[in-house]
Write a new protein. Structure first.
Length: 648
């Protein structure tokens, strides 16, 4: 859980004082490691469950502060977005029925959040990335109003020296420019914690790095972002971009980002990672540190290492080292951050079981993984898993290049079963959770594959908004049933459609596949586009992508009439006949308001813009088609009602 007690002072003196405390914390940790104060020979696990809050249309519901007040549950806390929520689950010994207990507590915390959310007209959805998110949701109005997030946004935006840029390519292509930190709010995860001893830390941390790839490959659940089909686990790339505060010069020097897989194997100690974080990454959050950690140690007490923990919370390795104190004993943990939230709670626990089983089995199977595998291969495997999921090819010790599914089924799953058994995990839980992993692989249905297949099955039916809403609604239904993802039927528009809510705003049914021209283009090009694509309006954009006009079929007819009377002989540019400064609406404009605007101005189309840039278009023909669909749907409903009454 992120530290919320941070300073908003911007004085150099405050920063220097914090850095002094940070270095003292590191020295104190070194002393604790050297004198054996860090707990050894104990295995505990824990988890953090992140969630989306959604409204009845499956759109983000920015009501987190109200939900927390209603819930009154100490496990629930905020995340960066007002439509995000997090539950911090109880640490427990890694033995017996701990996985079953973790599942039950996760469900209990999600249910508590759901009850509170419903009191606010919302619900809870587990998804790596919410399919229905729009860029317009990612404004500072939806930033959680707490000092931690406000200060992070202020400092990192200033350090960046400009906008945050995202370019991703999968089945589709996405290029986004954003001016704040809210892209991070697109991502939610299920973070697994494993307590390890100080002497074994390097060996187990390296192992955790190596197995990130196969564990992620079978767990992907985030293939969609802002209406585009991208990586199987798009969170991996998006999160790096969303908090990338590096200036252009630091990027050119190859300075690593704050979100990363790391730069190499750990050789001896956790201190290597903490030193790297302090040396490479500027402090972005500070707080007043009451007492020097070294002085605390000298008194025979245990320091909380508050400065180190705060700074560590602003460097997001996919496997992050953590320091904490439980029952009066300090300890070290590996926090595995790569797993997405969802698709269901049983799936999340199964993912955790696979990770924990491998962490138990592979030290005996492989010894020191860094002697068998190059760090570059481990990192490349991880990126391949994020891009392609179960379709990835891995380079693995003794296997060369092999499909992820083959490696998991034939080699890693049997080892994970042995690892859980060796840790004393109950046989029924071992069989159940790793059985879910096996079925997922055999049926080739991860959360990402389910979503992509569902979209393919829907084809061109409905609008994109409706298809993505159907995905979210089906996922919510299956989650509430507790169904693992390998059993989910493909989502469909039928049954998930609520026509009254599907057309409330322009953004829900506007056309986004647009053909545009520039002001200096020939009118002949605009006419050809209209003919080829059977459209009656063509937007006009300048070289910066700003909307400057619209050309309609009426404009072309008027031009033709001039030509027929001998008034027009020379080639004509679009700018000579276009209507400049057209009336526009935004994606959030209510549909009824858009109809009234078109009627009042006697126009046949409305360009849809966001910050001056064209994002869609609606026409009178769209409204006629909408009316026809609504009439057809109501007739079907009446026929079904009549058939039921006749049967009765």
């Amino acid at each position: 859980m992120g530290e919320h007690d941070v300073s908003t002072e911007h004085e150099d003196r405050q920063a220097r004082s914090f850095m002094k405390a940070l270095l003292a914390d590191l020295s104190a940790l070194q002393q604790m490691l050297e004198t054996g104060l860090i707990e050894s020979d104990v295995r505990r696990i824990g988890a953090e469950q992140e969630m989306f809050l959604v409204d009845s249309r499956m759109r983000p519901a920015p009501v987190v502060m109200e939900v927390l007040q209603r819930a009154g549950d100490a496990r629930l806390t905020t995340e960066i977005g007002r439509f995000n929520l997090e539950a911090n689950l109880t640490p427990r010994f890694f033995e017996g029925r701990c996985l079953d207990a973790l599942e039950r507590e996760t469900a209990e915390a999600v249910d508590a959040a759901r009850r509170a959310a419903r009191g606010c007209g919302a619900d809870v959805l587990l998804a790596g990335i919410l399919p229905t998110l729009r860029q317009s949701d990612l404004t500072l109005d939806n930033l959680t109003p707490l000092p931690r997030y406000e200060e992070m946004n202020r400092v990192m935006t200033r350090m960046r020296g400009g906008t945050f840029n995202v370019y991703l390519k999968g089945l589709d292509e996405l290029r986004v420019t954003h001016d704040n930190l809210m892209l991070e709010a697109c991502c939610t995860s299920f973070q697994v914690h494993l307590q390890v001893g100080p002497q074994e830390f390097a060996r187990l941390y390296n192992l955790a790095q190596a197995i990130l790839a196969p564990v992620l490959a079978v767990a992907t659940n985030s293939p969609l972002l802002l209406g585009r089909r991208l990586w199987h686990e798009t969170r991996i790339a998006l999160f790096q971009h969303s908090v990338d505060e590096r200036s252009s010069s630091r990027q050119m020097r190859g300075h690593p980002p704050r979100v990363s897989f790391g730069q190499g194997w750990v050789k001896e100690s956790v201190l290597e990672i903490f030193r790297e974080e302090i040396a490479r990454f500027r402090v972005i959050l500070t707080k007043k540190i009451e007492e020097d950690s070294l002085a605390v140690l000298a008194r025979g007490e245990l320091p909380g290492l508050a400065a180190l923990r705060l700074h560590n919370g602003t460097v997001w390795r996919w496997n992050r080292p953590c320091y904490g104190i439980i029952d009066g004993r300090p300890h070290l943990r590996i926090e595995m951050r790569a797993l997405p939230a969802g698709p269901s709670i049983p799936d999340e626990i199964a993912n955790a079981a696979f990770f924990l089983g491998l962490m138990s089995a592979l030290p005996g199977e492989y010894g020191e993984i860094d002697r068998l595998m190059s760090f570059d291969d481990a990192r490349e495997n991880f990126l391949a898993a994020a891009r392609q999921g179960l379709k990835a090819q891995f380079t693995w010790p003794g296997w060369r290049s092999t499909p992820a599914s083959t490696l998991i089924l034939e080699h890693l799953l049997p080892l994970a079963r042995e690892g859980l058994a060796r840790a004393g995990i109950a046989a029924e839980d071992n069989g159940r959770y790793l059985g879910l992993i096996e079925e997922r692989v055999r049926r080739e249905q991860t959360g990402s594959l389910w979503a992509l297949r569902s979209l393919a099955a829907m084809g061109g039916k409905g609008t994109r908004e409706q298809r993505y809403r159907a995905l979210a609604a089906t996922a919510l239904d299956e989650q509430q049933r507790g169904s693992p993802v390998h059993t989910w039927p493909v989502a469909s528009l039928q049954g998930a459609q609520d026509w009254g809510q599907s057309y409330q705003t322009v953004g829900q049914f506007m056309s986004t596949d647009l053909f545009t021209v520039r002001p200096d283009d020939l009118v002949d090009l605009a006419a050809s586009v209209m003919d080829w694509k059977h459209v009656r309006h063509v937007p006009v954009e300048d070289d910066d992508g700003l909307l400057v006009g619209v050309v309609s079929h009426r404009d072309l007819l008027h031009l033709m009439s001039r030509g027929m009377t001998g008034q027009q002989t020379a080639p004509v540019a679009v700018k000579e006949i276009m209507k400049p400064h057209p009336v526009t609406v935004t994606p959030d404009t209510p549909t009824i308001e858009a109809i009234e605007i078109m009627r009042r101005h006697n126009i046949g189309c409305l360009p849809v813009t966001d910050d001056g840039r064209l994002v869609g278009i609606i026409t009178a023909q769209d409204f006629l088609s909408l009316a026809a669909e609504l009439i057809e749907e109501r007739l079907k409903g009446a026929e079904m009602k009549l058939a039921r009454s006749s049967g009765d």
